[in-house]
Design a protein around this ligand. Sequence first.
Ligand code: ADP
Length: 168
Amino acid sequence: MRIILVQGDITERRADAIVNAANSSLLGGGGVDGAIHRRGGPEILAECRALRASAYPEGLPTGHAVATTAGRLQARWVIHTVGPVHSRSEDRSHLLASCYRASLGVAAELGAHTVAFPAISTGIYGWPLDDGARIALKTVRETPAPGVEEVSFVLFDATAYAEFDRAL
Ligand code: ADP
């Protein structure tokens, strides 16, 4: 599996699947989540609502992942995952790692060959970028994902890109 880093907006990424740093409601939010729903259009939200009404009445648990189609985005699928809120008193690294593992599992099941990730939890959820980058890269490297040939990390700004580059 090839791992690449790019700086930019994940909603513009041509990948079979792009990963959304969602919240457990699946009903939209700020950051990446807001951008994906804005650019992807109402279809994605309609599918998220259907998931809430069926498989996830209580919301998608932290560390889990689920796919919808991608509306007007270039991607075929959006894989929604819920990162942990960073805590100084509790180590939640396993939950952040779980987001990457679960998303790759869903991508492999879908038959995605290319997958794009944002830096999950490093925005509104407050995870320090250096640690978030380390966990992201280590987990993706260690997770077998049959059929996934390329994983790109799409970093929104130069600082995030630099932290991922250093961790890589
Ligand atoms: P979380 O709630 O998991 O922290 P955020 O969306 O707030 O999720 O932030 C996750 C990371 O995604 C942050 O590093 C943020 O700068 C970045 N980000 C925000 N918008 C985009 C975008 N359109 N494309 C790629 N990355 C983005």
